[in-house]
Design a protein around this ligand. Structure first.
Ligand SMILES: [Zn+2]
Ligand SMILES: [Zn+2]
Length: 392
């Protein structure tokens, strides 16, 4: 039985007034305690991952490693699609484990393409690209790898692990090594190339490597990518919910792979991956080859104002940041700054003012910076130069 609210009842009126009072009390006190008064919620528009295109290429945001109830994930594939749309992604792959099926008793599915098919139905009417993929889940070596652009996942369900890689390649797949630094398979946390991996690379059976998986990063994986010309990838490997795992309401974001593609299409992504035009975006880090990340920094940062402060030789610069990254610029010039020490944080989607003491009045100023939140090799950050024309 349900007891309905009766506004004519004295009891209910007292109850309501009391409830309202405690509710208002909670609002006033609760907001102060939790700090909601000062801190805005992240809106749907704010959570969209944004980076500018670079000359000649579109910057596509992709997550090629995700799980659903069709292996050991906790959600139906349509939730993966909705999360990706909310994050403004361009492409995703749902890569359920072929060999690990803990929900099999409740969700028997002899056809291992089902999570892809369900996602395809869910994406109708949106321009999110879904790529059919799967996680080849084996002991080390070779450990876990994702094969994407598959035609039929079922044919990879074979005993011999190398045969699964060969079958994936036969279908035209792009294959990347997952979490090579995962401590469950690599106690030291140091991604290490085994003889098996060398053989896979030599035979063209391994095209990429995760330098970022979920909340972890690997310098050693990045070095392997650079030494063996593998694509650099960052993925969520999400099993639960993106919003919870990455604190979206607090301004967090999932790790993604930035793919620099000639066009937004499956073929465009495949071509870019095969040409290794990728970078990983993780926390506030951008990880990639200099050839890709330098243009990304240059397209992100635009000087919108450059003028001397009246009666002085202090040059006021305004730098607009068109990306989600907070760029940390270390001043490499001989000039000192009027409002910063040697490191400047250029906030995402904001304009940052910089005061440069040029001593002499200049018409043009070259300002070299090291970009500390961008990594091109282990312990290596790229340098950029902002060429500034002073406004008369
Ligand atoms: Zn895995
Ligand atoms: Zn996984």
């Amino acid at each position: 039985m349900v007891r309905y609210f009766n506004p004519d009842s004295n009891f209910d009126r007292i109850l309501t007034t009391k409830t309202m009072r405690s509710f208002i009390f909670f609002l006033v006190v609760g907001f102060q305690i939790t700090g909601y008064g000062q801190q805005a919620f992240v809106s749907d528009a704010d959570r969209i991952i944004e980076f500018p295109d670079i000359p000649g290429y579109k910057t596509l945001k992709c997550d090629f490693h995700q799980h659903t109830v069709f292996s050991d994930g906790s959600v139906w594939p349509n939730i993966r699609v909705q999360e990706a749309i909310k994050d403004g992604l361009d492409a995703i792959s749902i890569t359920d484990h072929i060999e690990y099926q803990p929900h099999k008793a409740d969700i028997p599915h002899p056809d291992r393409n089902r999570s892809y098919e369900v996602a395809l139905e869910a994406v109708e009417g949106h321009d999110l690209i879904i790529i059919n993929g799967s996680e080849i889940t084996r002991d080390m070596p070779p450990g876990h790898s994702n094969a994407i652009f598959l035609e039929d996942v079922n044919r990879l369900n074979v005993k011999d692990s190398i045969e699964a890689y060969r079958e994936a390649k036969k279908q035209g797949a792009f294959i990347f090594w997952n979490h090579p630094h995962w401590t469950a398979q690599q106690k030291t946390g140091m991604a290490t190339l085994t003889e098996t991996h060398k053989m896979l690379i030599e035979q063209g059976l391994l095209d990429g490597i995760e330098v970022v998986n979920d909340v972890t990063y690997s310098d050693e994986a990045l070095q392997i990518a650079l030494d063996h010309d593998l694509a650099i990838l960052g993925t969520s490997d999400i099993h639960g919910l993106i919003d919870w795992q990455y604190g979206i309401p607090r301004g967090g974001h999932r790790p993604v792979t930035l793919v620099f593609a000639k066009e937004k299409s499956k073929e465009g992504i495949r071509e870019a991956l095969n040409q290794r035009r990728t970078a990983a975006w993780f926390n506030n880090l951008i990880i990639g080859k200099e050839a890709h990340v330098k243009p990304l920094i240059m397209e992100s940062l635009k000087v919108t104002k450059a003028a001397y402060r009246s009666e002085s030789s202090v040059l006021e610069l305004e730098i607009q940041n068109l990306s989600d990254a907070e760029y940390l610029l270390e001043n490499l010039s001989s000039y000192t700054l009027h409002d910063h020490a040697n490191v400047i944080a250029v906030k995402p989607h904001k304009r940052t003012t910089l005061l440069v003491k040029t001593v002499k009045i200049m018409e043009e100023v070259k300002l070299p910076f090291r970009v500390l939140n961008v990594v091109t090799a282990p312990k290596t950050n790229p340098d950029i130069t902002l060429s500034v024309k002073v406004q008369g």
